[in-house]
Design a protein around this ligand. Structure first.
Ligand code: T1G
Length: 683
């Protein structure tokens, strides 16, 4: 079946692309569209052409699965160059999301009509790329340099309504897009409107705009190559001819597409979609209808979870232990929305609509009819068991009972219920309404239907879901504890807080380990470890943490932790150096000067080794799931693709060799290389 067809309606040709699921511009599509234009131009009865797509969306971009393969002509730039020579008025009829090359196709058309719910965007930066088919040259000509720079470097799509304001769209169609496009084409013919080429538009902008813009996005795009390349390409649009500007764009694009960063970010694109694929679950697996959601516990996590569902207009009943606690929870949630309104993320009206779905109660009977309940009470097994016993006795038989626990054994929690098949973990990351990752923790008894329902829910609330088995810390926190262990040991061995934080920040982490601990609160980890047996963690590595907390130094919230915070100034806490020397003595650790490279490899390779062990044990379904977890939960640089992808890029044999060296230096207890990693390294 051809992926491109042409209909002739009187003197209007309609070229239709039909390449499910998202009309990606595969070679077959490019070839078909090219041929369709040749055929239409050979006719003498066509006076306007409409380009549209079947299915759920206009072209969503180049076919990412073709990247890295030998290019096949016509390339997208060749196709667009062919289109730019057409003299018959060419109208793009857009629905769904015209993204990347799809939007570039539309930009090469002379007119654009969008369905009211459609969006357009250039998300190539999310793949470590820049628009490579004229987007950096046409978009600034159409909407101006500043708006174009924003769209291209953020990768964010804009609504149909905004495209009208930006003059991207000539017309918005409320319904029946194809018919409205034909009507629009008839008007263009009747009014003898010309083939209005975007490439013919003039563009002028002073060079300061680019320097100012580069500074503005520097922090947000630290380490990424594509945004700076995009600025260069757009700058070329203001200083060179259209043709020369295209050449600059092409040169920048080729550099990026052949580079490591786009390989890493494309890996994550597919990995995030693969993570939602679970063996044994397919589109035939029954899922429960989720209408009513209940949350137990109005703390920071409970309120964040409630907002995640309220945002998507789910009615949420939040249960707390007293009217005061209910009031405090409502205030927390209102504050979250007030902050979003203040930042312009939502309107006051949207806030009211979302808040209207919130009910607070102290009565379990009030949540009896909920389809899903998420427990987010204190991280103590006894308390959680009491809650689940109560939930089991109150909730309707098909209700799913979920816990937000960070590391407790959910098999044990499920064991107190009569419905273990409906029990699972829904582990959100703080702040729950912002962080994209949701660890869906399956127990030994979680049913496929329950799992499938959770996966569907995750997509509905815009979370990136990864399935985890039950182990201490599941995937994210288990890996993070290894990374934190090495950072703690390095302090005893002679590194200082600033050096460790600087090395990890320069590696690409959003912030250093100790800065992050001070921000989150050192006491959280200290309390969690108090419940652990010594076999589960290295007490030496966290001795300083415990001593700091004992002395009231919990981090930013108390004005001092690993750093001292004094009126916006942050300085090393001298107490930490003293404690490091005391504990090094106590644990008979010889202090020494430690290289930046050892700090980076000790911390990052500990992450990598634990990640491979998590896959080896079947806690994670696949290596790419671990990459999704650690980039989404803890900000591992996306341009490195995640810990396990990064390990493959630097060479698994090298990582294994270094881990064996660390084993000789520091003992095998934490440095036994994963068998899976050894096997893959010797492949
Ligand atoms: N190429 C190949 N496959 C794609 C694809 C693409 N561009 N986009 C989506 N898919 C697959 C995806 O892997 C999944 O497959 C299925 O479609 C449904 O996707 C020259 C070089 C369009 C908003 O970056 O943002 O153009 O898992 O689960 O949630 O300048 O897909 O079912 O087997 O995400 O409804 C630029 C990427 C490319 C857009 C739909 N375009 N896609 O979201 O479905 S680079 C993009 C998306 C480029 C030019 C440059 C989303 C979506 P499977 P899905 P969704």
């Amino acid at each position: 079946m051809s992926v491109v067809s042409t209909e002739i309606n009187n003197d209007i040709a309609v070229i239709i692309i039909d390449n499910p699921p998202v009309n990606a511009l595969s070679h077959a599509v490019r070839e078909g569209v090219s041929r369709a234009f040749v055929d239409v131009e050979a006719r003498d009865d066509v006076r306007a052409i409409i380009l549209c797509c079947a299915g759920r969306t206009f072209c969503a971009g180049a076919d990412i699965s073709e990247f890295g393969k030998p290019p096949k002509s016509p390339s997208l730039p060749e196709l667009i160059d062919q289109m730019d020579k057409i003299n018959i008025p060419l109208i793009a009829a857009i629905h769904g999301t015209a993204l990347g090359g799809g939007f570039e196709l539309a930009l090469c058309c002379h007119y654009r009509i969008l369905e009211a719910s459609a969006k357009v965007g250039l998300p190539e930066v999310n793949l470590g790329l820049i628009p490579g088919a004229g987007g950096t040259q046409r978009l600034p000509r159409l909407i101006g340099v500043s708006q174009a720079l924003d769209m291209i470097t953020s990768g964010k799509p804009v609504s149909a309504e905004k495209t009208l304001a930006l003059k991207i769209a000539d017309r918005i169609s409320q319904n029946n897009l194809k018919q409205n496009a034909i009507t629009f084409a008839e008007e263009i013919i009747k009014n003898k409107q010309p083939a209005k080429r975007v490439s013919d538009l003039d563009i002028k902008d002073n060079s300061e705009v680019f320097d100012i813009f580069a500074k503005k996005i520097a922090a947000r795009t630290r380490g990424f190559l594509a945004p700076a390349a995009a600025i260069e390409a757009v700058k070329a649009a203001t200083t060179l001819s259209f043709k020369e500007g295209l050449m600059v764009e092409r040169e920048q694009f080729i550099k990026l597409v052949e580079g490591a960063q786009s390989k890493a970010q494309c890996h994550l694109f597919f990995a995030e979609r693969e993570a939602a694929k679970v063996p044994g679950i397919d589109k035939n697996t029954a899922v429960y209808d989720i209408g009513q959601v209940a949350v137990i516990g109005g703390g920071i996590m409970g309120c964040g979870i409630a907002v995640s569902f309220l945002n998507k207009m789910f009615p949420v009943t939040l249960l707390e232990i007293s009217p005061d606690a209910c009031g405090a929870a409502r205030q927390k949630i209102t504050n979250i929305y007030d902050s979003s309104v203040k930042k312009g993320r939502i309107t006051e009206d949207q806030k009211e609509k979302m808040l209207a779905g919130l009910i607070l109660t102290c009565e379990y009977d009030d949540i009896a009819n909920a389809d899903l309940v998420i427990e987010a009470v204190f991280e103590k097994m006894e308390i959680k068991k009491q809650v689940f016993e109560k939930l089991d006795s109150v909730m309707k038989p098909t209700a799913i009972l979920a816990t937000n626990t960070s590391f407790l054994d959910i098999n044990e929690i499920a064991s107190v219920t009569s419905r273990p098949q409906n029990v699972l973990g829904l582990h959100f990351f703080s702040p729950a309404h912002i962080m994209p990752l949701l660890e869906i923790v399956r127990t030994d008894h979680t049913s496929n239907e329950t799992l499938a329902t959770a996966l569907k829910l995750a997509k509905m609330v815009g979370k990136t879901a990864v399935i985890s088995g039950v182990c201490y810390g599941f995937i994210a926190n288990r890996m993070s504890s290894c990374y934190g262990r090495e950072a703690g040991l390095l302090l005893l061995e002679g590194a200082d807080v600033e050096q460790v934080d600087r090395v990890l920040y320069e590696f690409g982490m959003p912030m250093g380990m100790f800065t992050m601990l001070d921000m989150a609160g050192i006491d959280i980890g200290v309390m969690a470890r108090e419940k652990l047996g010594p076999e589960l963690y290295d007490q030496r590595a966290f001795a300083i943490h415990t001593a700091l907390v004992k002395d009231g130094n919990k981090g930013q919230k108390t004005g001092a932790g690993f750093y001292v915070y004094d009126g916006g100034q942050k300085s090393l806490n001298p107490m930490v150096t003293e404690l490091a020397k005391i504990f090094a003595d106590a644990f008979q650790i010889t202090r020494r000067t430690i290289s930046d490279k050892e700090i980076e490899e000790r911390c990052i390779f500990a992450l990598i080794n634990e990640g491979f062990k998590i896959v080896e044990e079947g806690i994670a379904l696949r290596a790419s799931d671990v990459d999704v977890v650690y980039t989404s939960a803890f900000g591992f640089p996306r341009y490195k693709g995640g810990p396990l992808f990064y390990a493959e890029q630097i060479g698994l044999d090298y990582v294994v060799r270094k881990i064996n060296e660390f084993a000789k230096m520091h003992g095998e207890r934490w440095w036994k290389p994963s068998n899976l990693m050894i096997k893959l390294a010797t492949k």
